[in-house]
Design a protein around this ligand. Structure first.
Ligand SMILES: [Zn+2]
Length: 291
């Protein structure tokens, strides 16, 4: 079974509580309640067993709003949101280390919390009328008292894909990446576009390669700040590469053995792979296994 990073969360998202202010008040008053430990709204505390660290509601800052992540065996789990405190723009070294250490299901809980915080961070004012908004639905929405509009956390779809041709796959690199790193091409879906059309457009724009049939493989939440990565494999019509230098520094075709060597981090591998929690890694692994 394909299990990309940031999937497999075990919290019950407890939708009925979001719609029941009394039930939410009871959850806030539950002495067993847990609050996610985050350093400066960024890196979680991760134990030696790969599990997230939690603290008690009493230890949360007094001015924080608690957002309900869900229930674990009936115990409410929250993340604390402090208005005015902003998330860092870049992933800190502490966060990168935590991502490497987290168990997959725990990373899914972290991803939900991170995306939710990032959304509140950016949506303090109504997109309809500009008035300040207030949290409702146990943290899963913001409402505007001025115009009545309700706003809900958004997810932005991104296609991420390998083109394949003659038993090789196309990978590219951006100039800002670590030396030697290559990964799957990716881009945001645009309004009025299907997944298949976005895959073909992005591959053509970035690499000049034309593709035909597109097959879906898997998807993954990506909490920086809130994308859904939709992983696909596309059959290339030909293998001529013409990169867009604004998007990519380089793009290359890699045969199966080269991908295998890269994923095994062999010293003479033709490229460095993406991190294991990124779905590009899942995509490359699935491709050498015959997906
Ligand atoms: Zn409004």
């Amino acid at each position: 079974m394909i299990a990309p990073g940031f999937t497999g969360g075990t919290l019950d998202r407890a939708d009925p509580i979001r719609h029941d202010p009394q039930a939410f008040a009871a959850a806030l008053a539950d002495e067993r309640g847990r609050v996610l430990k985050l350093a400066a709204l960024d890196a979680p505390e991760v134990g030696g067993d790969g599990r997230l660290g939690w603290t008690s509601i009493a230890d949360a800052p007094a001015d924080a709003e608690l957002l309900l992540l869900g229930l674990d065996a009936g115990v409410p789990h929250f993340v604390a949101w402090q208005p005015g405190e902003s998330l860092p723009a870049a992933r800190s070294p502490a966060l990168v280390a935590a991502l490497d250490a987290m168990r997959p299901g725990e990373a899914a809980t972290y991803a939900a919390a991170r995306s939710l915080l990032a959304w509140h961070d950016r949506h303090g004012f109504c997109a309809n009328c500009g008035a300040p908004t207030a949290i409702f639905r146990a943290g899963w929405g913001r409402s505007c008292a001025n115009c009545g509009a309700e706003h809900f956390p958004r997810v932005d779809p991104v296609v991420i894909m390998l083109a394949e041709h003659d038993d090789r796959v196309l990978v590219g690199r951006q100039a800002s990446w670590p030396a030697g790193r290559y990964s799957a091409l990716a881009g945001f879906l645009e309004p009025g576009e299907s997944i298949e059309e976005a895959v073909a457009r992005e591959i053509a724009e970035e690499s000049g390669v034309a593709v035909g049939r597109v097959r879906y493989l898997a998807s993954q939440p990506w909490p920086f700040p809130s994308q859904l990565m939709i992983a696909c494999i596309a059959e290339a019509v030909d293998d001529t590469i013409t990169i867009d230098p604004h998007e990519l520094e380089d793009a290359i075709w890699i045969p199966r053995d080269g991908v295998r060597a890269a994923l095994a981090r062999e010293p003479d591998a033709p490229f460095l792979p993406p991190p294991s929690y990124a779905i590009a890694h899942t995509l490359l692994t699935a491709w050498i296994e015959g997906a």
